[in-house]
Design a protein around this ligand. Structure first.
Ligand SMILES: *Cc1c(COP(=O)(O)O)cnc(C)c1O
Length: 521
């Protein structure tokens, strides 16, 4: 059995054999790109490279294809397998995959993962597995869960203080399927709000470079122009640059608390007050931080304001399925006012199938996931989240100090629990590969090249942080001692980071998605 893992951390490519492209100014590269790619020699070379990359991706992303012990079904079995047999296959797969995340080798990915916690979750699922909030007559409990999840999360995000200070504020929201959907909904809401109240037909939103690609996805899906604004030397949003990028078509400013790449918190009060002055929306993306920052603040960590207590903040996304410790598949989108939230809604009044209304993207939804999020929050309580945050923040401090003690490495920015680091002396992507060989699944970053670890409860188990730092020291020594050889991500990330022709990187990503779920042969 080849080791299996999250796809991107294992993808490898014969990048060393890619010709070295000269470094070109971006505008020149963009202009040259279509012409260069049309040259027959370049086309042939790229085709050959893509074939080889596809082959390697197939091996890395589908390890079970080479394992005769794992049955594969490309058509329905004529007669169904007995449940016991199906369960045996599933047990085998779970057994192979569990140790890495259970033993804390992953960055992010599994945020809680204790066995008793999983048992609890599974019992809740079993009780509500048939529930669908699209039918509130059958499952009024689903509406209860959603309303209470929203209320509890809103209170964590400063709703009560905000409503005391701002008479117009009546914090509200919905549960979505994840951070991405929360962000999609926010962007759609501001688009329709700006169209209805200001007549803006060509909307734009300003994103610090560090903001999550879910905003670009929303931009693509909903026809909003996304303008990326460079961040400052501390990797936080640059307020002056954001101010200068505002146009009459700007509908929304975004800040993260914290951002995914470097785990640093944008200057939300400054950005939100800018948005407020201009009468536009401001979204705090607290997908990653919403369930840590309130407790970090109580624990005395330096937490700059990020929530509804900041007057200009008009919406916030917070993921219950990350540090809320719910099952994957839930997040919360919050708005300052119900007037704003109405632009999120979808209604169909004239369908022969009946009157139809839904608040978010999905039609039918898994009510069991609402039940789990509700149950986990009620079970954790303030004390549970506070204690979890304390353990995570303390472990993260140990990890950060350990990284800072490695002379070849340098921590980026001033993070609390998502720690990005790079090196001025060794290739950081080769360090990441050396960590992958030791079982770790870390996140590769680019611009600048770096790696991060998002610390979760899995890392607070005894010995995990020490093992991480031990392996990291070894990995750095190994990279220093050995010349580059057959590696995994180093060439592909090195290439992606340096390639002036972004359409080639883009093609690689399309290829990756195709290989992940291949078309029929
Ligand atoms: C995880 C994350 C998202 C997207 O969330 P998904 O749940 O993966 O869709 C958005 N923003 C930030 C800062 C995140 O960490």
């Amino acid at each position: 059995m080849s080791d299996s893992t999250s796809p991107t951390s294992h993808a490898s490519a014969p990048g060393q054999e890619m010709p070295a492209f000269p470094s070109l100014p971006h505008w020149l590269a963009r202009w040259l790109e279509p012409w260069v790619r049309r040259l027959p020699a370049v086309r042939r070379m790229l085709q050959a490279q893509f074939r080889r990359v596809a082959e390697m991706l197939r091996r890395e992303l589908h390890p079970y294809d080479q394992d005769p012990a794992v049955p594969k079904f490309l058509h329905l079995p004529a007669e169904g397998l007995p449940q016991e047999e199906v369960l045996r296959v599933l047990e085998g797969l779970a057994r192979w995959e569990a140790p890495r995340w259970q033993e804390g080798y992953a960055s992010g990915a599994v945020y809680h993962g204790d066995p008793e916690w999983m048992d609890f979750l599974h019992r809740v699922y079993a009780l509500h597995s048939q529930s669908n909030p699209l039918h509130p007559d059958l499952w009024p409990s689903a509406a209860k869960f959603e309303a209470e999840i929203v209320a509890m999360v809103a209170r964590m995000a400063g709703a009560e203080a905000a409503m005391r200070e701002d008479p117009a504020a009546r914090i509200c929201g919905n549960v979505t399927s994840g951070g991405t959907e929360s962000i999609l909904m926010a962007v759609k809401t501001y688009r329709d709000w700006a169209r209805a109240t200001k007549g803006i037909l060509h909307p734009e939103m300003l994103l610090p470079e560090s903001a999550h690609p879910a905003f670009d996805k929303a931009a693509q899906y909903f026809g909003v122009r996304a303008v990326r604004v460079p961040v400052g030397p501390d990797y936080r949003a640059d307020v002056d640059a954001m101010r200068r990028a505002i146009t009459p078509n700007t509908i929304l400013l975004v800040g993260s608390a914290p951002g995914f790449p470097h785990g640093v918190i944008d200057p939300i009060p400054e950005l939100a007050s800018l948005a407020r002055e201009r009468g536009i929306g401001f979204h705090t993306d607290a997908c990653l931080g919403g369930f840590i920052l309130p407790w970090a603040e109580r624990l005395g960590y330096p937490v700059p304001p990020w929530d509804f207590r900041v007057p200009g903040v008009t919406s916030i996304s917070i993921d219950t399925h990350k540090y809320g410790y719910a099952a994957k598949g839930t997040s919360v989108i919050l708005y300052r006012t119900p007037e704003l939230r109405r632009y999120q809604y979808f209604t169909a009044t004239d369908w022969p199938g009946g009157l139809y209304a839904s608040s978010t993207m999905a039609g039918s939804r898994p009510g069991a996931l609402l039940a789990i999020a509700w149950a986990v929050m009620v079970h954790m309580g303030e004390q549970g989240y506070l204690e979890a945050a304390r353990r995570i923040l303390e472990t993260a401090r140990e990890i950060r100090e350990g990284i800072e003690a490695i002379p070849e490495l340098r921590v980026l920015g001033d993070p609390l629990w998502v720690i990005a680091f790079t090196s001025d002396q060794v290739d950081i992507y080769r360090v990441m590969d050396a960590m992958t060989r030791r079982g770790w699944s870390l996140n590769g970053l680019q611009r600048p090249p770096a790696v991060h670890i998002a610390v979760t409860l899995r890392h607070t188990l005894p010995g995990v942080a020490r093992r991480f730092l031990h392996d990291l020291r070894e990995a750095v020594e190994e990279v220093k001692a050995q010349p580059a050889t057959e590696e995994r991500m180093a060439p592909i990330y090195g290439l992606a980071n340096s390639l002036p022709f972004r359409s080639i990187v883009d093609d690689m990503l399309h290829l990756y998605l195709d290989v992940l779920v291949p078309p029929m042969e």
